[in-house]
Design a protein around this ligand. Structure first.
Ligand code: NAD
Length: 970
């Protein structure tokens, strides 16, 4: 496994194997995964593949059998009965057990309930089978029950959301209590396993809450995990110890290093979060030793279980326990089943307690677990690899991890993104444009402080509801006497604000202001304009909770969605500021003796910004900031439904110092002032995002030149979608279901990128539907003021009625497979709805519904799937779930959409990373948040000078001409 590429392909192949049932399919995958191998393994694999092509059935079976054999090394049994055989053998060797139930990720409450039932069953069975087993050491046995169950908390509640620990506890506690009660009756031990960081705080809280309850407060046979690779681990451990002391009953802490290191690093880097894990392996080792000391020093209250395969960590715990005079029978070492056999034997011989962590479950589906184990075993820094495969010396292995830290670069707690906002001389072509930019971060609702800030912002915002907001023209606040009321869609009686309504006279006034400000603004330096955007982003950062809270009230966004919208708005400001610095300077077009040609850009003039309500801050701000940084002046017309958020954007730019007239805030009716300005001879550029109907009207109207018009109008036009997601027959359903459900129902399906057609291959249709429908039935639907909601209300009565009409159309065209019943009576809540037996020509398969309605289309094969995916008028986003490299390549090449997402949700584009926008009837082919977006707002210009005088010319030609910058330096 030294060859990295081979290793990755091998893991991926093993990962998909469980979902392949036909020999031919297995062979095809094998072929696809290993065709390009150019290393020592390749001939072997090639021969295997060739043989397999001839007799696919036998080879397929053989492979499954082989991999099952491999899995058997790490999985202690297929079922409770099977695992008992293993446990008996281990008992003979004086090794105890803790059992963990393997299984698919839990995506619905039905699956969570099944997991809870399996836990109970397993407990009963183990207790029955181990009657009469006595403690291996015969001392302090009261601390270490024979039966020990490790419970995966995330498998007990499918809707666990880090923002909402109270909800998680409310759902998890009732499922856990019967398990705990029965375990106690049976004299068993229950351990709460720790998974990813997102669930850590909830798991700790849940543990403390449950075991403080009267029924359980005096029960000592409970344990929880502390992961030493986490920077929080020490504080969490102290907190637990304090809690335990107050509780007055012992409990156990299993100390491990942690198994999600890569995942945590990737996830935090993607979201701009502080990385919660130590970045250098020895740091975790050092921390493990520190935590070992804390645990042993608190032996009076806590029983320790050291979960490590590292002999240095083990030896350190042993030495410390000796030093503190703690008997060997009062703590234990826990090691994974199938690994580090010699260490376990040695520990037993030395008289220590050893317990094996034994996963139980079907071998092939247990693959993801296996893959994780394999990664651990072969990771470059892993102890096991060093010890058993590379024969590193004893001295090296036992070295104090502190020594390895000496001289190493100080670990960084922040994102690893390699952004450099101030590139000196423009990005090189080798650097991806997005790499020159570091994204703003999302709020991480894992942290209590962040949850509390959001709650406080919601409370505060409630006191502000109903305020009045003026127009802003030429820097002046204007009240027309007419207002547009904006309502809370969760509670339509509640008015979020009254925004002054502009009419035609105000539109003319705004246009006049924008025209006169244009001269000065277009001559303002790029640097100054870029700084304006950066100041605006900083203000948004300062006010981000307040702005998110406003989005919850005004457009019904769940917390994280609202925060995502504000983050995107900040990103637009920062990214466009940076991009303008890169493209703005006059640049030499070509080196040629005797002549200099420089290309640069001028603004187009006055921009009209017309925005939708669904990303009320991000899209409005994105189009506005692009217009301003490129030197255009702008009139912004927010959507009527989100006008208060529009007023906030105006406030923010005003505070950031936008000069009078450069930005004018003109809320009003789209069909009146929007249409008037679109048609106006003095508007040079229209940046529109919204529906197809309005977009096409604008496109057409802008094509006409009016009397007195001096410039062709340019239109940036982003419209709707009818986005299809294909689930291939070998897709990882754990991911496909969660991501498709989120893509379809997240923010009530009101994203232009939302999945509204799920295209499923018939081979796994039954399984997909079974999981999909129960996942939809488990979604949290309700008022998004509550944290952790996935589905809130749709925007207004008109949308509600239109979506209901589509549901009726769906009922007449197709089969209603699922509709939620329990939606709030107040507010515009449309129940999540799924139709099956949908065919591509039906209206529900062709028209944008813009609500929580999903059409499922069953297809024979991938050819048909791609044909169906491409069969609408739109081409905005698309998704594809597959583990076949060949099919993935095909999908990448053949799916017709502006943004194609493979093996992930089809929503959630990030500025700079996923430039966003579609074509066909989804848009004009522009990419918001992309490196070339600003060019839409600019007119390119080339100036050529003959620099020869009497046959002489300077030899050096600068790449950029600072003095050429327009306006000229004074
Ligand atoms: P909409 O078309 O009804 O309204 C968009 C804006 O256009 C509003 O500000 C509205 O007041 C204005 N408007 C309406 N009539 C006008 C006219 N005659 N002239 C000028 N302006 C007029 O869309 P919406 O309901 O606000 O937003 C939802 C739509 O937007 C969906 O179709 C969605 O797919 C699309 N959308 C697309 C993208 C994208 O990037 N492609 C992003 C978000 C939303």
């Amino acid at each position: 496994m030294r060859d990295e590429h081979f290793k990755v392909q091998m893991f991926r192949f093993v990962d998909v194997l469980a979902s392949l049932h036909r020999g031919g399919e297995i062979v095809r995958h094998l072929d696809e995964y290993f065709t390009d191998m150019r290393n020592g393994f390749a001939p072997l694999v090639r021969t295997g593949v060739q043989a397999a092509k001839i007799v696919p059935w036998i080879s397929g079976q053989l492979l499954r059998w082989n991999v099952s054999g491999m899995a058997r090394q790490f999985i202690a049994g297929k079922n409770p009965h099977d695992v008992m055989k293993t446990l008996r053998k281990r008992r003979a060797k004086n090794i105890g057990f803790t059992v963990d139930l393997l299984g698919e990720a839990v995506v619905s409450e039905r699956e969570a309930t099944e997991y809870a039932a399996r836990c109970l069953e397993l407990l009963e069975y183990l207790a029955g089978e181990t009657q009469g087993w006595i403690d291996q050491l015969g001392k302090n046995s009261e601390l270490f029950p024979v039966v020990n169950l490790s419970v995966k908390i995330s498998a007990l509640y499918s809707q666990m959301n880090p923002a909402d620990p109270a909800d998680a506890t409310a759902h998890l506690a009732p499922k856990l209590r019967p398990i705990l009660r029965r375990a106690r009756e049976l004299g068993a031990f229950v351990n709460f396993d720790m998974e990813s960081y997102a669930h850590k705080n909830i798991t700790l809280e849940l543990f403390k809450t449950l075991f403080t309850e009267t029924e359980f407060h005096d029960w000592p046979h409970v344990g929880i995990v502390i992961q030493a690779y986490l920077r929080d681990a020490e504080a969490d451990l102290f907190d637990l110890i304090d809690w335990g002391r107050a509780r007055g009953t012992r409990f156990t802490v299993r100390l491990v290093k942690g198994a999600y290191w890569d995942y945590e690093k990737i996830k935090s880097s993607q979201n701009g979060w502080n990385i919660p894990v130590y970045l250098q392996k020895p740091e975790s080792d050092v921390n493990f030793e520190l935590l070992t000391r804390i645990l042993l020093e608190n032996e009076k209250n806590v029983t320790s279980a050291f979960g490590s395969h590292n002999v240095r960590s083990i030896a350190h715990a042993q030495a410390l326990a000796d030093q503190l005079g703690i008997d060997r029978s009062r703590f234990e070492f826990q090691l994974l089943y199938g690994m580090a056999g010699p260490i376990k034997r040695a520990l037993v011989e030395m008289g220590y307690r050893v317990r094996e962590y034994c996963p139980v479950g079907e071998l092939l589906p247990g693959m993801s677990y296996l893959v994780r184990r394999l990664l651990e075993n072969t990771s470059n820094e892993g102890f096991l690899r060093a010890k058993f495969s590379e024969n590193v010396s004893e001295q090296q292995l036992l070295r104090d991890p502190r020594e390895l830290l000496n001289g190493a670069a100080a670990p960084s707690a922040t994102s690893v993104t390699t952004g450099d906002r101030q590139l000196p001389d423009g990005a090189s072509v080798d650097v991806p444009p997005g790499d020159t930019y570091e994204n703003a971060s999302l709020v991480n609702f894992v942290y209590k402080e962040n949850q509390e800030q959001m709650r406080a912002a919601l409370r505060q915002m409630r006191t502000q509801l109903g305020k009045k907001y003026p127009l802003v023209i030429n820097g002046e606040k204007i009240w027309t006497g007419k207002t547009i009321a904006s309502f809370n869609p969760s509670s339509p009686k509640e008015i979020v604000g009254h925004v002054t309504e502009a009419g035609i006279p105000e539109a003319e006034h705004a246009l006049e202001a924008a025209r006169s400000a244009s001269k000065q603004w277009s001559r303002t330096t790029i640097e100054e304009r870029a700084r304006l955007l950066e100041r605006a982003a900083a203000i948004m950062e300062r006010r981000r909770y307040e702005l998110s809270a406003l989005e919850v009230f005004e457009v019904g966004k769940p917390w994280a969605e609202a925060d995502g919208d504000i983050r995107e708005a900040m990103d637009f400001c920062l990214f466009y500021a940076q991009q303008m610095r890169l493209i703005g300077r006059p640049r030499l077009t070509q080196h040629v003796p005797g002549e200099e040609s420089y290309q640069h850009y001028w603004p187009r003039g006055v921009a009209l910004i017309v925005a939708p309500w669904n990303f009320p801050m991000a899209i409005l701000c994105g189009m506005t900031s692009a217009a301003l940084v490129t030197g255009n002046t702008a009139i912004i017309k927010p959507a009527e439904q989100a006008a208060v958020i529009g007023a906030m954007l105006m406030e923010i730019f005003a505070e950031a110092g936008v000069p009078p007239g450069v930005l004018n805030f003109l809320p009003g009716k789209g069909s009146i002032i929007g249409a008037h300005l679109v048609d106006h001879k003095d508007v040079n550029l229209i940046a529109f995002t919204g529906s197809r109907e309005v977009g096409l009207r604008i496109w057409e109207s802008a094509g006409q030149t009016r009397p007195g018009q001096l410039q062709l109008k340019h239109v940036v036009c982003e419209m709707g979608g009818k986005n299809g997601v294909i689930i291939d027959s070998d897709a990882d359903l754990d991911e496909a279901i969660v991501d498709s459900i989120y893509s379809a129902f997240g923010y009530q399906g009101q994203k232009c990128s939302a999945c509204s057609r799920l295209i499923v291959l018939e081979e796994n249709y039954r399984r997909v539907m079974q999981r999909l429908l129960s996942a939809a039935a488990s979604l949290r639907v309700g008022n998004p003021e509550e944290p952790g909601m996935t589905v809130g209300p749709v925007i207004d009565k008109t949308a509600y009625d239109r979506i209901q009409e589509y549901i009726e159309i769906g009922k007449s065209e197709a089969t209603l497979a699922f509709q939620r019943k329990d939606v709030p009576a107040e507010g515009y809540f449309v129940p999540p709805t799924i139709f099956v037996d949908v065919t591509p020509e039906m209206r529900i398969a062709r028209e944008e519904i813009f609500g929580p309605v999903l059409s499922v289309i069953k297809v024979r094969d991938l050819d048909e799937a791609i044909e169906v995916a491409n069969s609408t008028d739109y081409a905005l986003t698309a998704g594809f779930f597959s583990r076949s490299p060949g099919n993935i390549e095909r999908a990448k090449a053949e799916i017709v959409a502006g943004n194609v997402y493979i093996n992930r949700s089809c929503t959630g584009a990030v500025v700079g990373r996923h430039p966003f926008g579609g074509f066909k009837m989804s848009g004009g082919g522009t990419k918001a948040g992309g490196a070339d977006y600003l060019l839409q707002f600019l007119l390119p210009r080339v100036v050529t000078e003959n620099i020869t005088r009497h046959g002489f010319a300077p030899e050096e030609t600068p790449q950029y001409r600072e003095e050429f910058l327009w306006p000229p330096k004074r």
